[in-house]
Design a protein around this ligand. Structure first.
Ligand SMILES: [Zn+2]
Length: 313
């Protein structure tokens, strides 16, 4: 089976996935321990407020505004001391801050909307969605790493939120990013799509799984495809990546070249897995499939892998 995968594109495919539009200047070399304090003291500081996997949005002129001034944030029971400094935009410092107020107690003009809906429904611009991915991942990491994993003592946030320090044993802890391989196995004629048990009705997507310690991206792509579908892969080619703040993953999208055709789906992981010809996949992308099968929505990297393959002919 010979299938020529793609030449290196002029425009990075990663630019077009959801959560990829972050324009913040992170200034990672300038993260002093008082960076958050100093940033909050600036008049121009802009905050994203987050609570329980939801972003607070102000209803304004028929749209949503995710940015709050420090003074504006006070009624939302914010923990400014647990805020993280995302970096700087032209307008000044940008922070993400945990808020305490429950969604049902919010004033009428502020809504708490889960991250997934915020990006799926395009409620905020791409730059803000990128900031959301950064802030949500950092706040989630802090929320689940309050104690030193070496000695069990309470640890303290440092470096604007990019480190936790254990005062008892001196260990420094750094934020995690968990790599996930997502792969479209494809020949010139057809591609392999699977259906997870929790998927929306009719949805089929590229297979995916966590990359394990000691594994290359390519090895993980081959292992996951063999485990989930019984398909052995030859060549594996990287295509694009996507920040994925659920809670702090990096999706790494690849194409794989199948060496066998007979699928043996792991029915613990998948409800179904089969080959799809190009025309059928195109109809799924365009929401014109006669059986109402669909591919993932535009913001998802799976959509971009599938679209790139469909358009590659
Ligand atoms: Zn410790």
């Amino acid at each position: 089976m010979s299938f020529r995968l793609f030449d290196a594109p002029l425009r990075e495919p990663s630019q077009f996935v959801g959560f990829a539009g972050n324009r913040i200047d992170r200034q990672s070399e300038n993260r002093a321990d008082d960076a958050v304090e100093k940033a909050l003291a600036e008049q121009s500081a802009r905050l994203m407020l987050m609570h329980g996997g939801r972003l607070y949005l102000k209803l304004e002129d028929g749209g949503f505004d995710p940015w709050f001034k420090v003074a504006e944030s006070q009624p939302f029971d914010v923990s400014l001391d647990r805020g993280v400094l995302l970096g700087f935009s032209e307008g000044g410092p940008v922070l993400a801050v945990p808020a305490g107020i429950e969604p049902e107690n919010l004033p009428e003009m502020v809504k708490a909307i889960d991250y997934r809906s915020v990006y799926m429904q395009g409620l905020i611009d791409e730059a803000a969605a990128g900031a959301l991915a950064q802030g949500a991942a950092l706040l989630a990491w802090h929320a689940s790493h309050a104690f030193c994993s070496k000695c069990g003592s309470p640890s303290e946030m440092r470096a604007g939120g990019y480190r936790r320090h254990c005062p008892a044993c001196g260990t420094e802890h750094f934020p995690r990013t968990d790599p996930v391989a997502i792969m479209l196995t494809a020949t010139r004629e057809k591609c392999l799509l699977g259906r997870g048990r929790h998927f929306a009705p009719g949805m089929y997507s590229a297979l995916a799984g966590f990359i394990e310690p000691g594994e290359t991206i390519e090895a993980a792509v081959r292992r996951e495809t063999l485990e989930e579908a019984g398909i052995r892969l030859g060549r594996v080619v990287y295509h694009a990546s996507q920040p994925w703040p659920f809670p702090y993953s990096l999706m790494i999208g690849c194409f794989g070249e199948p060496l066998n055709e007979d699928i043996q789906a792991d029915l613990n992981e998948l409800e179904d897995c089969r080959w799809f010809f190009r025309d059928e996949v195109r109809s799924m992308l365009e929401r014109m499939h006669p059986g109402n099968l669909i591919t993932p929505p535009k913001g998802a990297i799976a959509h971009h892998l599938i679209r790139a393959w469909v358009d590659s002919e």
